[in-house]
Structure formats: C-alpha cells, structure tokens
Design a protein around this ligand. Structure first.
Ligand SMILES: Nc1ncnc2c1ncn2[C@@H]1O[C@H](COP(=O)(O)OP(=O)(O)O)[C@@H](O)[C@H]1O
Ligand SMILES: [Mg+2]
Length: 135
C-alpha cells in the first residue's frame, strides 16, 4: 500500500548527493529497513545521481521517493541526452575494467530496477527495495 510520496527537484551540484543520500536513508529507516539495506539504497541512489551529473548537461533533475508499507521505490529522472541499451556496458567480472559499473551495482543492490532512456529526451531509472528480502 502506498503510504506517501516525497518529490525533490535538485540541481546537479555534486554536493547535493549527500543531501539526497541523507533524505533516502531517513525515509528507509522510517520504513524499517536494516542498516545493511539502507547502505545498499544509499549506494544505488548515489550511483544513479552520479550518472545524471556525469553523463548529462542538465541543471536540475528530480527524485521521487514512494513509501509503501513493504517496499521503497525511488525514481530518478532527468531530461538529458539519454542513452541506448548498447551504451550500458555488460559487466564481465572476470575481466574487470575501470568504470562502467554503476548500473551493474544498482541492479545488484536493489531488488528490481527499470531503466527507460530516450536519446536526446532523457532517462528515468526506477529502483525498488522490498522490506525483509534477503539477498
Ligand atoms: N542519466 C543518464 N543519462 C545518460 N546516460 C546515462 C545515464 N545513466 C547512465 N548512462 C549511460 O550508461 C552508461 C553506464 O553507466 P554506469 O554503469 O553508471 O557506468 P559509468 O557511469 O561509469 O559510465 C554510461 O556510460 C552512460 O552512457
Ligand atoms: Mg556511473
């Protein structure tokens, strides 16, 4: 059941990532996530926000936090250059490279991740963490 929605519109100043992380951890703590889950959520959100800052030239982007009784959904949207599926690298852990791990890390840490991106229009990444799911 959706209990509440919190929306943030924030500038692409790298210093704002700590504000977003703090907000997310406060919400996740209130929902009842463990310290480990909260750390995972913070890392995933940081990677997604870093991508907006690093790969787009937008001035602002938005984050929506949807608070459910049994899950936490985070939606990060930008109106930047977008990307194609092909530009998201396939990670080969046997042949690690520097960089190109952000999306892989997000998918590893979160329970469900959807990326919708349209070239020259922007990107939306939706990530879900369920309460009480071990991974
Ligand atoms: N918000 C975004 N806007 C445009 N392209 C993006 C965005 N997020 C990710 N990408 C694309 O997906 C690729 C993979 O992202 P990621 O796995 O975080 O690796 P890295 O950021 O190190 O390149 C990026 O190189 C970029 O081309
Ligand atoms: Mg990245």
């Amino acid at each position: 059941m959706l209990l509440d929605t919190i929306k943030m519109e924030i500038s692409t100043n790298p210093e704002n990532i700590s504000i977003i992380r703090l907000t997310a951890s406060g919400i996740a703590n209130k929902i009842g996530f463990s310290i480990d889950d909260i750390e995972d959520i913070k890392v995933a959100i940081s990677e997604a926000c870093t991508n907006v800052i690093k790969h787009t030239k937008v001035d602002n982007f938005s984050i929506v936090f949807e608070i459910y009784d049994e899950k936490f959904i985070i939606i990060i949207s930008d109106d930047g250059i977008g990307c194609t599926k092909e530009s998201i690298p396939k990670v080969d852990l046997c042949n690690p490279k520097v960089g190109g791990l952000g999306i892989y890390i997000i998918k590893t840490l979160m329970d469900d991740v959807e990326i919708k991106s349209v070239k020259e229009k922007g990107t939306v990444i939706k990530m879900i963490k369920f309460l009480g799911v071990d991974n």
